[in-house]
Design a protein around this ligand. Structure first.
Ligand code: ADP
Length: 639
């Protein structure tokens, strides 16, 4: 593609770094209200924006939903500069540009999917200084001569989104991110601003070193997401439990994670058969199929995506109300990131993990197989396996622990959690009841393991306990044992679940071979002697309580009007071919359905409504609030 000529490029005016305190603050607040319809910056946003305006490098670590985007979207408006954002995925860039265009903000994304004509247009706007933000991918930045062009237009600020991708120690390393060390060399006068949602201290140091950040402002947000309600439920019946949990979120956006591709398809088909608008998503589908599912989810024509972890980055739908893991994620980092997709709009959302210790064993054998099948030398492979197993066990401990989930997650990421009770997890809400006769049940299970000679797996032990007439039981004369048929209160699945709970608590052991058998240890004998008390959880789907956050978010909202507004938003999104949440997020819609504004001025007072949205949609919304049918959006509007 022929690039623009040097003479056609004039640097956009860049104002000197702002250090005039309150005047700049007022300017920033004005821009915030005018463009985004927000009243205040969040504290860390203010610091991040100040660093950008002062031209000081920064590393901003904020949880998903914390509002990172604004930290690089707002500064170029202050001095009418053109800033560059480096982002790992085309889908991420497109979503952001769509959201920005919806508020009239001049932004564009340079990626491989553009025609020559579209690219030329972007270069023209860049040359004319019209763009405030240009998004691009790291490989495009370094391999296409784009750096020369950016130098000519005088870019002074670069934001590196998802910056953990630069680190080997992160969970999502991308080699092409390493090339970004070039930025410092080529733009010694520019400031660099790295953003990420997950970074342990090691990853943070690595980002600073790799990007050669100079005396960066390191801004750490709190990792806790108070609007998320965490629950861990013993898995007894994946499909039944999924249906029950989804039942709490009818017509709401939900992501259901499974480990295997096959499971995503099976579960999605089952949900669809129940009338739920669900589709599967995994890396084995064609790019076209994946894109269609992503788009349908974005435009709210489907509610549920049943996915492997391939579904993730690039899903910016802000009103996801449920993230359900039907199997154990392989690390707390992954869990934090995947659950981070819930409730990005700050409204209450639920994260449920269906836990079975069987997953730990499946993961362990997968980890070993993949390391052994790799080209790593034996010592490296061992180190890799050890690292991954450590991650897995942190995840397992989290699932098993009977302590506040918010506290456990915060502490894992190196932050203390002050509140005595979070009122937003199964433990603090008192949902995790234990069986009244837990210790007796545990003794029955453990003695059965002893009676079968510590030579059988979970299923066989439980069949004996339940008094089943299987071929294996007859062959081994296990129907003659004193433990045959001594635990009939529970069905097979529930009994297996209880046994897994004992394994999780270390009251039984399981060999890690291909056909694992259950064995006893010192703790087992303590339980049998009555020297150790055991708490087992009811192996059923849990009861749930309404959380305070959820009740607050809906306080005063006319739900009927909210649904009307949602349907209208879906039609507008369809007509314009844009993700629904870029038109309006749920928070704004709930705000409208709560305040029921009757005039443009009242509408402007609703959070999330700035001048552009008022101009574009004010009439339609006021009509809807007044119970009138608004004119159909033809898609040719100004967005
Ligand atoms: P992140 O990139 O950190 O995951 P986003 O930038 O997508 O988070 O922001 C999350 C949500 O918070 C968005 O819906 C955004 O509009 C909203 N938001 C960001 N900053 C503010 C603010 N200062 N006031 C109100 N809402 C905000």
């Amino acid at each position: 593609m022929p690039g623009p000529t040097i003479s056609s490029l004039t640097p956009p005016p860049i104002q000197p770094p702002a250090s005039d305190g309150t005047a700049t603050d007022r300017r920033v607040e004005k821009l915030l209200s005018r463009w985004w319809g927000f009243e205040h910056l969040r504290p860390l946003q203010a610091e991040a924006i100040n660093a950008a305006l002062d031209g000081r490098d920064s590393l901003v670590v904020m949880p998903t939903g914390g509002g990172k985007s604004l930290c690089y979207q707002l500064p170029p408006l202050v001095g009418d500069s053109t800033d560059v954002v480096i982002s790992p995925l085309v889908a991420l860039m497109k979503d952001q540009v769509d959201s920005l265009e919806a508020i009239g903000y001049p932004a564009a994304a340079l990626h491989s999917g553009l025609s020559t004509e579209q690219r030329r247009e972007i270069f023209d706007r860049l040359a004319a200084g019209e763009l405030r933000l240009l998004f691009t991918a790291p490989e495009r930045l370094v391999n296409t001569g784009l750096l020369d062009t950016l130098a000519r237009v005088g870019v002074k600020r670069f934001a590196i989104d998802e910056a953990h991708c630069i680190s080997h120690w992160g969970h999502d390393f991308r080699p092409e991110y390493r090339q970004m060390s070039l930025l410092r060399e080529r733009f010694p006068m520019a400031s660099l601003h790295a953003f990420t949602a997950t970074a342990t201290p090691r990853v943070r140091d690595d980002i600073i070193a790799q990007l050669h950040l100079r005396d960066p402002a390191v801004l750490l947000g709190t990792f806790d997401r108070p609007n998320l309600v965490y629950r861990v439920v013993p898995r007894t019946d994946r499909i039944l439990q999924t249906l029950q949990i989804l039942g709490r979120h009818a017509s709401e956006a939900s992501i259901v994670y499974c480990i295997s591709r096959k499971e995503t398809e099976r579960l999605a088909a089952r949900l669809a058969a129940e009338g739920i608008l669900a589709r599967p998503y995994h890396a084995g589908l064609s790019p076209e199929e994946r894109r269609q599912t992503q788009d349908a989810f974005a435009r709210e024509t489907i509610d549920v995506v049943v996915a492997t972890v391939a579904f993730g980055m690039g899903i910016d739908r802000s009103n996801v109300r449920l993230v359900l893991h039907t199997a154990l994620p392989k690390s707390l980092e992954a869990y934090q990131q995947e659950t981070g997709r819930a409730g990005r709009d700050g409204l209450a959302a639920e994260c449920v993990l269906l836990y079975s210790s069987a997953d730990v064993f499946s993961w362990e054998s997968l980890v070993r197989k993949s390391a052994e099948g790799s080209e790593l030398d034996p010592a490296e492979a061992e180190a890799l396996i050890a690292g991954q197993i450590q991650h897995l066990h942190s995840m397992r401990r989290y699932a098993q622990a009977a302590r506040c989930r918010h506290a456990a997650l915060s502490e894992y990421f190196g932050q203390s959690f002050a509140a005595a009770s979070c009122t937003a997890c199964d433990i603090c809400l008192g949902e995790a009841d234990s069986l009244p006769d837990s210790t007796i049940i545990a003794q029955k299970i453990i003695s059965c393991v002893a009676r079968v000679g510590e030579r059988f797996g979970v299923r066989h032990v439980c069949e004996v306990l339940r008094g089943a007439k299987t071929e294996g039981i007859t062959r081994h004369n296990h129907d003659q044992l004193s433990t045959f048929g001594i635990l009939t209160t529970f069905d097979q699945r529930a009994t297996e679940n209880l046994t897994h709970q004992l394994l999780d608590q270390g009251c039984l052991l399981r060999s890690g071979s291909d056909r694992p058998v259950v064995t006893l240890n010192d703790y087992s004998w303590e339980v049998l002697r009555g020297a150790r008390v055991v708490l087992l959880r009811e192996p059923r789907v849990e009861k749930t309580r309404t959380t305070k956050a959820d009740a607050d978010d809906w306080h005063g909202v006319d739900r009927e009007l909210f649904e009307i507004l949602r349907k209208w938003r879906r039609r507008v999104a369809e007509a314009r071919g844009k993700p629904a949440w870029t038109i309006f997020d749920d928070k704004s819609l709930r705000g409208i359905a709560r305040e029921k504004p009757r005039s443009p001025a009242a509408l402007l007072r609703v959070k999330g409504i700035g001048e552009k949205r008022l101009a574009d949609f004010g009439t339609a919304i006021l009509d809807l609030v007044a119970g009138k049918k608004p004119a159909e959006d033809t898609g040719s509007g100004p967005v």
